[in-house]
Each structure stands twice: as C-alpha cells, then as structure tokens.
Ligand binder design. Structure first.
Ligand code: ZN
Ligand code: ZN
Length: 495
C-alpha cells in the first residue's frame, strides 16, 4: 500500500521489519524503486535478493531502459537465465523509447528466430521504431507478418501504429488503406493517427474532411485530435479553419487548450505572416510560453524577415533552452537574410563563448537494401571514396546552368563568399541526393530522412534536381514531408 502512495521510505521500513520476506515483497520493493527512477536502489535490492524470478529480472530491464541506460538493460537481458515475452517487450520497447530503432528491429528479428510469438505491445513498439527510422521496407515486412499470423488490427494499438508507420515512412495512401480497412471498429487512436499523418504530408483539406467525418458519426475528438487538426491547418495555411477548430475545441468539446494547442496557433498565424496576432497569443495565453512557442515565432520572423521581433523571440528561446543551438541558428539566418553580416558574426561568437554546438545535420537514404547515412560536410561511409562529393559537384554545375543560385544566407560560418558556397554544397541532404542519383536506378524514387529542418537552399536545390534529373524526391525533415516532382514541392513553400 505504501508503494502505491509513492512513500518509498515508509515502504522500505515496513519491508525491513517483515518477519519473513517472500519473493513478492522483494519484487514490489524493486518495482517501487524502479518506478520512482531510483534505479540504483532497485539494483542494490536486486543484488541482495536471495532468489530472483522472471519478474525481478524484467523489472530491472524495464527500469534501466526507462532511465536511458540501455547498455545495462541489455546486460541484464543477456544474463537472465530464462526470458519470457515480457523480457523481450521490455528490451525492445526500451530501445524504441531511447530512439535506437535499429537495435529494436534487430532484437525483434532475433526474438522471432527463437520462435516467440510477439504480443500487441511489441508489435506497436517495433512499428514505432520503424516510423522513427522512416523507411518502409521493414514496415511492409511486418505488415505481411501480421497478416500471415492473423493479428487483428484492432488488438492493442496495432491499427493506429500501422497507420502512423506508413504515414511517417512517406506512404500516406497505404496509411489511408489501413484506416479504411478498419472502418467498422475504429478507435480514437486510429482517427488521431490518420489526421496527424495527413497533416505531416501537408494534406490539410483531407485532414479536415476526416475530422468532420469523425464529428458526423459522433466519435468524440480528444486533445490529441486537435493537435493533429491544428497542425494540418498550419501546414497548409488554413488560417480561418484553424481558428474555427480552436474555438470548436473549447466551446463544443470543452477541452481547454494546452501549450501544444497554443503553439499550433502561434505557428499558424506566424507562418501566414500575421506576426502581431501570434505575439498576442503568446501574451494572452494562460501559461508561460515555452521554448517551442518562441521557436515557432522565431521561424515565422525568419520567413517574413522581421528582424526586431526575431531578436526578441530568439532571446526567449536562448533563455528557455540554453543548450539548444536552433535559437542561435535561426537568429543568424534572420540577420543574414537582412544582410547584417556584423550581427551574424556576433551571434557566432556568442555561440562560441557559451559553448553552444550546432546539432550536425544528418540525412539518411535507403539504397540496395541498406540505410546510408550522411553527415554535413563529410562522407560518413569511407567506402564511397570521393564518389559522392564529385557527383555533387557535377550536379551543382549542371543545376547552375538551369538557373540554380546558391542561397548564401543559409550559412552560419563567417567565411569568404566562395567558401560559403562550398559549405552550403555539402549539406547532408544534398549529399544524400547525390548518392541516390549514383546508386538508385533511373526513375526510382529518392527517399531521404533528415534530422533537422531542410534549409531554403536545399529546398530549391531539390526542386531543380527533380526537374533536371526527372526524379521524384521525398524528404522527411524534422517537421513534415516534402514531395518534389518536376520542379515543384508538395508543400507549396508552406514549411
Ligand atoms: Zn541545406
Ligand atoms: Zn517543400
């Protein structure tokens, strides 16, 4: 009982005075410590236990994974004398939780090879690992596996995880197909997944249609639904519709907006160029604006070239998220766009003084059965030699003949103009495209997953590549999907 109250000290005293301790009371103590994030205390008890059972081992694996210590969790997992499906679930979801999708997938395959039937929880966890990675191949294989082994899409959250996986891997039609196939037994999570998926692809109108369908059949939306709906409006510039939904949420459904909803509204007005209204929301909302809200503001200022408000927003981002480089990077871009190079240099030296490091851009591309990773400025995988860089040089030359002009404001470093161009040329997504052009057959799609937002120079670059080389390119960046075809992007510059 004490454990439920979270009073670990009292629980421990009660435990210490027990005349005889059975394995159940040991396990409860370990679970209590682990839940309270006191994993080292849990470990102490685990070591002291005269006897351990599966529950004790599983609790330790789960506890280590939840506090980010995957290596220790894995050590326990490997050491345990016998494993059950809970042990596998704890380890696999531990990897997913800590954003180590490759390891999660690897272990899942290992589990199948020792003939353990996965339960819904593992399937959901593995699907979300694939969604995180962003490449469909493993996802299709798992969908096949689920069909072959008669898994019901309505068991656990498999249906919504599948929709989410297809959407995040760039296949919104397949996500829709799954959604249609469960038409008679849809739950709120399924609706939410398809709405956020459509938003991610910039399909604002379709997302709103689904939302109205939901209302028509009397399915009650929740706060997550509205984050999806508002995001959908954001990515498509549907300002009026967004305002209406925000009102509807509060008046009809009595959901009081959380900081994420306000964040969406700031983004919505900011992107559409109504910076004043965005600022009013920040000022009037019942809670303090967080770094994300100010970042949305800052991004809007960059898009619309408002230096003054941008500086103000950047100060807030720097205060609220002191180790995050993006406030500095965006501010520098704002100054660069206004050609205020002295201020660009000041931001740079401020970053250096405060020891802020820019998160390196990283792009992944799938080719020949493997995921290839590129970091900004270098070729990750030695075996490509200079192949990728020389291909990139060739591509840039050809694009320049077709009217491509490198946008030098997107470079943070203070170097000569000529050098800036070479810095810009090696952005990770450009290298990934060059690699795609070399290694993927003519006509096949180049699919890239990037960890940061794509910069405006890379965005124009992709558009021209899609036309000149007649290739479809799909880029998932930090925020959304861009589908480039024949010189255009699906985002209509709304990103
Ligand atoms: Zn770029
Ligand atoms: Zn785009």
């Amino acid at each position: 009982m004490y454990l439920e109250l979270g009073e670990l000290g009292m629980a421990r005293r009660a435990f210490d005075t027990l005349p005889s301790r059975d394995i159940f009371s040991w396990n409860s103590m370990i679970a209590g410590y682990s839940k309270a994030n006191e994993i080292d205390l849990a470990r102490g008890m685990f070591d002291e236990m005269p006897q351990k059972d599966l529950v004790s081992w599983n609790t330790m694996i789960d506890g280590y994974a939840k506090c980010g210590r995957c290596e220790l969790a894995r050590e326990f997992f490997d050491m345990m004398p016998r494993k059950d499906v809970v042990s596998w679930t704890a380890m696999i979801s531990g990897y997913t939780f800590n954003q180590r999708p490759k390891e999660a997938l690897h272990l899942f395959r290992e589990m199948l090879s020792v003939r353990i039937r996965p339960d819904a929880a593992i399937v959901v966890s593995v699907l979300s690992a694939i969604a995180d990675l962003g490449f469909i191949e493993e996802g299709r294989w798992i969908h096949e596996y689920l069909r072959a082994h008669n898994f019901s899409l309505s068991s656990g959250f498999i249906g919504s995880a599948l929709i989410d996986m297809y959407a995040k891997c760039g296949y919104i039609e397949d996500a829709n197909r799954v959604f249609m196939s469960i038409s008679h037994k849809r739950r709120i999570g399924d609706w939410n997944s398809i709405i956020s998926g459509l938003a991610l692809h910039g399909l604002g109108i379709d997302a709103l249609e689904i939302f109205h369908e939901m209302e028509t059949i009397g399915m009650e939306p929740n706060e997550i639904t509205f984050v999806g709906v508002l995001n959908a409006c954001c990515h498509f510039g549907l300002v009026e519709e967004g305002e209406l939904c925000f009102k509807l949420m509060q008046e009809n459904y009595k959901i009081s907006p959380k900081i994420q909803h306000f964040g969406c509204m700031i983004d919505l007005f900011g992107r559409a160029g109504n910076l004043e209204k965005a600022l009013t929301i920040i000022r009037d909302m019942p809670m303090e604006a967080d770094d994300l809200a100010w970042k949305a503001m800052l991004t809007a200022c960059l898009k619309h070239g408002d230096v003054e408000t941008g500086v103000h927003a950047a100060q807030h981002v720097m205060e609220l998220a002191p180790n995050d480089s993006s406030g500095y990077v965006l501010l520098s871009n704002i100054y660069a766009k206004a050609r205020r190079w002295d201020d660009v240099a000041k931001v740079r030296s401020m970053m250096r003084e405060r020891g802020i490091k820019k998160i390196p851009g990283c792009s992944k591309v799938y080719a020949n059965g493997k995921i290839h990773e590129f970091l900004v400025g270098m070729e990750m995988d030695g075996c490509y030699g200079g192949m990728v860089l020389s291909k990139l040089e060739e591509v840039v030359c050809r694009l320049k003949l077709e009217g491509y002009e490198p946008d030098l404001t997107q470079v943070l470093v203070d170097v000569e103009e000529e050098e800036k161009e070479s810095w810009l040329a090696v952005h990770s997504e450009k290298m990934a495209v060059a690699f795609g052009l070399i290694s993927l057959g003519k006509g096949s799609l180049i699919h890239i997953v990037k960890n940061l937002r794509v910069c405006s120079d890379c965005h124009s670059f992709m558009k021209i590549v899609s036309r000149v080389y007649n290739r479809k390119i799909v880029v998932r960046d930090q925020n959304r999907f861009h589908h480039f075809t024949n010189g255009f992007c699906s985002c209509n510059e709304y990103w």
